[in-house]
Design a protein around this ligand. Structure first.
Ligand code: ADP
Ligand code: MG
Length: 399
């Protein structure tokens, strides 16, 4: 079932969140044409390509810059007690209640890291370690994301808190759900608890069975766009859409994960946001050119990169530097017209590249026609022409 080859059958029971219905209604998935077992280990991108430059991230005390600052509301405190030398408020360490609003923690039960048996490390990044673990009480297999932050840096703690606050605002079958929070006796150790997911989209793209079929791509794409629509409707930009942040469960259900770089945005009251977001290969041109008043278009651009990556079986624009990335973009999408530069109101002077004609159709001539239509929209140089996740769902993907 789900987007997995050999597992899908029309008569089988529905996947969580009505995925089956979704797929049937939209004609995404045909019978018996789904992806097979996935590689659970192994290097992404076959180890041939260098890892893309990661965006500047949180928890390490690094400042967002560009005036991007958020105020976390104060946490009215109750029942504060000393426990093993650490001040505890309502069962939570005080450093957590000082930074995460109480109503956000309200729905969660304070857990101790000692409640879990760590079974294996399944993800290691600069900013977190993710473990497969078993809840000792219930036996349930979960993912524990240990977040790194510098407790002595208020800014770093704020970024950590923001991931929790944003996760708690979201509630959609295509977005990971924060199941709990666990702290350890070791001061300032925090684990985010999630349902364990079998794979992620970057591993699935690299599966040994070969490229994904059109129905499979559509199935994943619809789920990605549905999840993004939910985030954007709630005024949240993800800002790091890429394969390894899109988790896939055993039924082929896709869930957007890793909200460590996400932030609020308001189309009406635009506040300057940092441009140091999104992994380089998936970074929209306006970010590379320094725009700070960007919006949902940046996530849609990343989704476009992934749409092409799913068909091509490899990342489509693996730039090594920001300048190279921009040139790869212009080579593929054409050099922007004169008014593009004016609209961006760039503070820096950028040396205009030589003139390229849009080359999307030539580069991806083997892609299905319907995909090329959506790709042209999502990879529009002008963010205003990318539409929205919901317009992409309504108009393009249903073809
Ligand atoms: P980081 O901020 O370090 O990128 P992520 O939330 O993206 O943290 O997690 C890192 C990796 O850990 C993911 O790419 C994925 O491979 C794995 N991972 C994260 N959450 C889960 C989960 N719920 N189930 C299984 N693996 C997960
Ligand atoms: Mg990640």
């Amino acid at each position: 079932m789900g987007c997995a080859q050999g597992k899908y059958s029309v008569s089988s029971s529905p996947t969580p969140g009505g995925l089956e219905k979704l797929k049937m209604e939209s004609g995404y998935v045909g019978k018996g044409d789904m992806a097979g077992p996935r590689r659970s280990t192994g290097q992404r991108y076959s180890g041939r390509l260098p890892k893309p430059e990661q965006p500047t991230r949180k928890y390490n005390g690094a400042r967002a810059g560009n005036g991007e600052e958020r105020k976390l509301s104060d946490t009215g405190r109750v029942r504060s007690v000393e426990f093993g030398g650490e001040e505890v408020v309502d069962g939570w360490p005080k450093w957590l209640t000082d930074n995460v609003p109480r109503e956000v923690l309200g729905g969660l039960i304070p857990k101790s890291a000692e409640n879990y048996d760590k079974l294996a490390k399944v993800g290691e990044g600069t900013y977190s370690n993710v473990y497969k673990a078993r809840d000792k009480e219930t036996g349930k297999i979960v993912a524990l994301k240990k977040v790194r932050f510098d407790a002595s840096e208020p800014e770093s703690v704020k970024f950590m808190a923001r991931e929790i606050v944003i996760l708690q605002k979201l509630d959609h079958p295509n977005v990971v759900k924060l199941e709990g929070l666990a702290t350890s006796r070791m001061q300032y150790s925090l684990y985010l608890v999630f349902d364990f997911m079998k794979s992620d989209l970057s591993k699935i793209i690299l599966r040994p069975e070969g490229k994904l079929t059109e129905p499979q791509v559509k199935c994943y794409m619809q789920q990605l766009l549905s999840g993004l629509q939910h985030c954007h409707d709630r005024g949240i930009l993800h800002r790091d859409i890429k394969g390894s942040n899109l988790l896939i469960d055993k039924d082929g259900m896709l869930k957007i994960a890793d909200f460590g770089l996400s932030n609020y945005y308001s189309p009406k009251q635009k506040q300057p946001l940092t441009t140091r977001v999104v992994t380089l290969w998936y970074r929209a041109p306006e970010l590379l050119l320094g725009a700070t008043d960007y919006g949902t278009g940046i996530d849609l651009w990343s989704a476009g990169c992934l749409l092409a990556e799913m068909f091509a079986g490899r990342p489509i624009m693996p730039g090594r530097t920001e300048v190279e990335q921009l040139h790869r973009i212009f080579k593929l999408c054409g050099t922007p017209p004169e008014d593009y530069w004016k609209k961006l109101r760039l503070s820096t002077t950028f040396r205009r590249p030589r003139t390229y004609k849009p080359g999307l159709f030539e580069a991806f001539s083997e892609f299905p026609e319907s995909a090329l239509g959506l790709l042209t929209t999502l990879l529009a140089l002008d963010p205003a022409s990318r539409g929205s996740a919901s317009s992409a769902l309504q108009n393009e993907v249903r073809t």
